[in-house]
Ligand binder design. Structure first.
Ligand code: FE2
Length: 275
């Protein structure tokens, strides 16, 4: 896998630098660790241990701020990446469906730290995060993010619409360019459903608490969005035309063809696990 090879190159660079330092010194040092420890990543991990208390708990606003501050300050290099890697310089290849890759830095029952790699034009389709708080930090690249929250409306009559269609309100529909601030999805705000479309090759660091777990009922569902006015049988949520554009129907679908992610080995700095 190309990305793995390139991440391997990063750790080789780290190893090589350490060897050079050793050669120049007369003092004896223990053998260099193959992968350096990253202080910002370690700080993120330690804070996640404090913040994520397990299923059913949502981080307090103070804790969300704390994690956002750490993530806002993180750079691609903190997880062993660099904009000089060939992956981030490659434009899209016509006729080839770009595949998203994912690597896990750390995962426990309470939280996970992952990086998603999106080649140019790659898409992570609309998907949800049931019961999870999710922090997204764009490390490199330019990406379009669309996010919805489900709406609980008195006007919504479940008997009148197919049950798999849910009314949702648009919360984000913008292009983000690294470096930029962290975005957060909350489990209590109505669904936390989002999609990513890479404009250039991207790396996105995700902190999820708790992580997906099929056996615990936190599986990932996929959706397509249908314009609100396309379903005439529904009563109006609002009569304001501009306001209506914020709304759509989300229909649950099977994972779109070609959207399966490729898991790759994490080759960047490791976290030192605390018991
Ligand atoms: Fe997501």
């Amino acid at each position: 896998m190309k990305i793995e090879v390139r991440l391997t190159d990063v750790s080789k660079v780290i190893r090589k630098k350490k060897c050079c330092r050793k050669t120049n010194s007369k003092r004896k040092h223990p053998p260099a660790s193959p992968v350096a420890v990253s202080f910002p990543l370690q700080r993120l991990y330690m804070s996640c241990i404090d913040v994520f208390k397990g299923v059913g708990t949502v981080p307090s606003p103070t804790d969300v701020q704390k994690l956002c501050r750490i993530l806002d300050g993180m750079r691609a290099e903190d997880v062993g990446l660099s904009r000089n890697l060939q992956f981030f310089k490659t434009s899209s290849i016509s006729g080839v469906t770009p595949k998203v890759a994912c690597t896990t830095i750390y995962q426990s029952e309470k939280f996970s730290l992952c990086i998603f790699f999106l080649p140019a034009n790659a898409v992570i389709p609309l998907h949800n995060h049931p019961g999870m708080t999710v922090f997204n930090k764009l490390l490199l690249g330019k990406v379009h993010i669309k996010a919805y929250d489900l709406v609980t409306s008195n006007n919504q009559d479940d008997s009148a619409s197919p049950s798999q269609r849910k009314l949702a309100a648009l919360k984000a529909d913008s292009v983000f360019t690294a470096p930029c601030d962290t975005s957060v999805l909350y489990p209590t705000s109505g669904g936390n459903i989002h999609a990513f479309t890479a404009i250039t090759p991207c790396a996105i660091l995700d902190v999820m608490g708790p992580p997906y777990s099929k056996k615990d009922g936190r599986d990932c569902s996929y959706y397509r969005d249908i314009p609100y006015k396309a379903l005439p049988y529904e009563e109006a949520v609002t009569n304001d035309d501009r306001e209506r554009e914020r709304y759509c129907w989300l229909e649950e679908i099977e994972i779109p063809k070609g959207s399966e992610m490729e898991g790759i080995k994490y080759m960047g700095p490791r976290v030192i696990e605390m018991s």
